[in-house]
Design a protein around this ligand. Structure first.
Ligand SMILES: Nc1ncnc2c1ncn2[C@@H]1O[C@H](COP(=O)(O)OP(=O)(O)OP(=O)(O)O)[C@@H](O)[C@H]1O
Length: 331
């Protein structure tokens, strides 16, 4: 049922805000997920991911702002099951119904033939358990069945809330291949997670939120690049070396607990040269590679709950809003 026109669309969110009584769950959020790629929507528990996805899918009304699929609000899409596949909550399954039976019910509801139900079971690796009752399924199998349900209409856009939840490493690897090939075909994939490491191998772009607000949007590689590795320096006088570096305008140096000085943005040779001219001996250096999970925690540091704040503001789009991944550094 794939046509030559199968192509994802931009998912765009402009100034999206949701206030529940005194809690601002999502605060003036703007981002875009482009077609032909997988975008990771990341943030700690309670950051506002699910609330955002629910607004994007028209399940709850925003306090302010808009969410569109190819410039059209989701609720205005004529045939949504063929345009957007979504998995938000864990799938409610009739425990006595078989996997195939479940899919046939949904296939009938959206007007696709039963043959498609068998096809998607194959796609998600459940063909062998087609006639098993869903009540006997593990969490990972239920996740696969939920995904099969979402792709029944062969939608070019996928929105998945924590799809890796409950999957073992093999399941995560399978999901990665599935989503990457979806994007390679031209689809738009947006997946949420509260663990960057879980989706690091899957996503091209990341949108990171904390307390309902955007803290980073851009290519994952740019995030890595902006948080480049640092060099750990053991020196006769780490404080003296730090001062010598500051005198040269290099402020990205700080002490680590073991007494070494962590310096970013300079080569080993450049550090040696600054140390020499300050009369400081360098005993040794070691490269400390960037740990993306650490970067993620820093960006979202201390965030465990949505903020309590004044009444909702009226949305006005940020100047120069960019329709695609940015190459910016964390703000
Ligand atoms: N219906 C609601 N009524 C009141 N507060 C809500 C409601 N839904 C969500 N919230 C609050 O909004 C904030 C964001 O919740 P949300 O579920 O969107 O976060 P999340 O990033 O998806 O977190 P998790 O990964 O834990 O699901 C939380 O403080 C939550 O308690």
């Amino acid at each position: 049922m794939t046509s030559g026109l199968w192509q994802g669309a931009y998912l765009e969110v402009h100034g999206l805000t949701k206030q529940f009584r005194s809690t601002i769950a999502v605060n003036n959020l703007s981002f875009a997920a482009p077609p032909g790629s997988v975008t990771g929507f990341l943030g700690p528990n309670g950051a506002g991911k699910t609330t955002t996805l629910r607004m994007m899918l028209g399940l709850i009304r925003p306090t302010a702002g808009t969410a569109t699929v190819g410039s059209v609000p989701f609720t205005n899409i004529a045939d949504p099951a063929r345009a957007v596949g979504a998995v938000l909550d864990s799938l409610s399954l009739h425990p006595k119904r078989t996997a195939l039976g479940h899919l046939k019910v949904y296939a009938a509801a959206i007007g696709v033939p039963d043959t498609r139900a068998r096809e998607v079971l194959g796609l998600v690796g459940l063909a062998e358990v087609a006639n098993r009752r869903a009540g006997t399924f593990s969490l990972g199998m239920r996740q696969r069945l939920a995904l099969a349900t979402a792709v029944l209409g062969d939608p070019p856009v996928l929105i998945l809330d924590e799809p890796a939840n409950g999957l073992d490493p093999e399941g995560i690897a399978w999901l990665r291949d599935f989503l990457r090939s979806y994007a390679k075909r031209g689809g738009t994939v947006l997946i949420s997670s509260h663990i960057l490491r879980e989706v690091e191998q899957t996503v091209d772009n990341v949108v990171i939120i904390s307390r309902g607000s955007l803290v980073y949007q851009g290519a994952l590689d740019a995030l890595r690049g902006a948080n480049r590795s640092r060099i750990l320096v053991a020196a006769s006088s780490p404080f003296g070396l730090a001062n010598a570096l500051v005198a040269k305008g290099i402020t990205d140096a700080h002490m680590v607990p073991d007494g070494r000085l962590a310096v970013a943005g300079l080569t080993k040779e450049q550090i040696d040269s600054v140390a020499r001219s300050a009369g400081i001996e360098v005993f040794g250096t070691a490269l400390d590679s960037v740990d993306l999970e650490h970067v993620f925690l820093q960006l979202t540091s201390g965030q465990f709950a949505a903020q309590h704040a004044p009444p909702p503001q009226t949305y006005s789009p940020p100047p120069g809003y960019y329709h695609g991944p940015t190459d910016g550094v964390p703000r």
